[in-house]
Design a protein around this ligand. Structure first.
Ligand code: SF4
Ligand code: SF4
Length: 223
């Protein structure tokens, strides 16, 4: 049977449309397209899995303004390139009163506080939010305050598409010097980045707050 030609930029079978974010700085920052490509690949996998659930009659509970998860979850894994992306975005892209809000939240961030990037019920770093946040999608009803549906109703939580997740991680590997396609595939499958994962809530965000002020901080300044 003849195969239908894949349309560029579309994920076959997905009802949810995704597009890749672009920034002009990609021309001068070699790591940035790696990160944005990784997010685009992950988003396509997420769109595919969400579409399957929608086709099965479920409703996606996640929507703009719904954000109790960002206050409840305290173990959010982030990869090294993601931390670099967050630093860059916060320093270079945030402007106006929101920049000041985030700076204060970062400077005063500590145990028991909501994610420092949550501002008025929205993710202020949305284009570069971590893979973990992208992958966490809940169906049928919004989370109660303090509820983590992964434990209360696991069946309502989206299962990430492992193939796309691996491809997204492989897209980050050139940042770590791994460029050869078969090596990237092998290393991503083997979980090469697992030992480098940090918990978003345990990162020293005060450093980022200082960097927003243009202060020189210690060399270990990212993360
Ligand atoms: S995970 Fe829960 S709280 Fe977060 S956006 Fe989805 S439904 Fe809302
Ligand atoms: S990074 Fe954004 S999406 Fe993730 S927990 Fe923080 S505010 Fe929520």
């Amino acid at each position: 049977m003849a195969k239908r030609k894949k349309k560029k930029g579309k994920t076959q079978g997905a009802l949810v449309k995704v597009s890749r974010v672009h920034f002009p700085e990609e021309a001068s920052l070699p790591w940035l397209p790696m990160l944005l490509d990784a997010y685009y690949i992950a988003d396509k996998g997420i769109a595919l899995e969400i579409s399957k659930r929608l086709k099965a009659g479920q409703t996606l509970a996640c929507k703009k303004g719904c954000s109790s998860c960002c206050a409840t979850h305290t173990t959010i894994p982030v990869y090294p390139l993601e931390v670099v992306g967050i630093y860059w975005y916060v320093i270079e892209k945030l402007v106006g009163p929101e920049r000041e809000r985030v700076k204060n939240q970062l400077a005063n961030f500590g145990e028991g506080k909501p994610c420092p990037f949550l501002v008025d019920g929205a993710c202020i770093i949305h284009p570069v939010r971590p893979l973990a946040c992208r992958h966490f999608n809940v169906f049928n009803k919004p989370c109660e305050p303090g509820e983590d549906p992964y434990y209360t109703r696991r069946q309502d939580v989206l299962n990430p598409n492992e193939r796309y997740k691996e491809r997204a991680l492989a897209a980050m590997l050139p940042f770590h010097g791994i460029r050869e396609p078969s090596e990237k595939k092998r290393m991503a499958k083997a979980g090469a980045l697992n030992s480098m994962v940090k918990n978003l809530h345990e990162i020293d965000w005060q450093n980022l707050a200082k960097r927003m002020d243009g202060q020189i901080v210690e060399k270990r300044s990212v993360g």
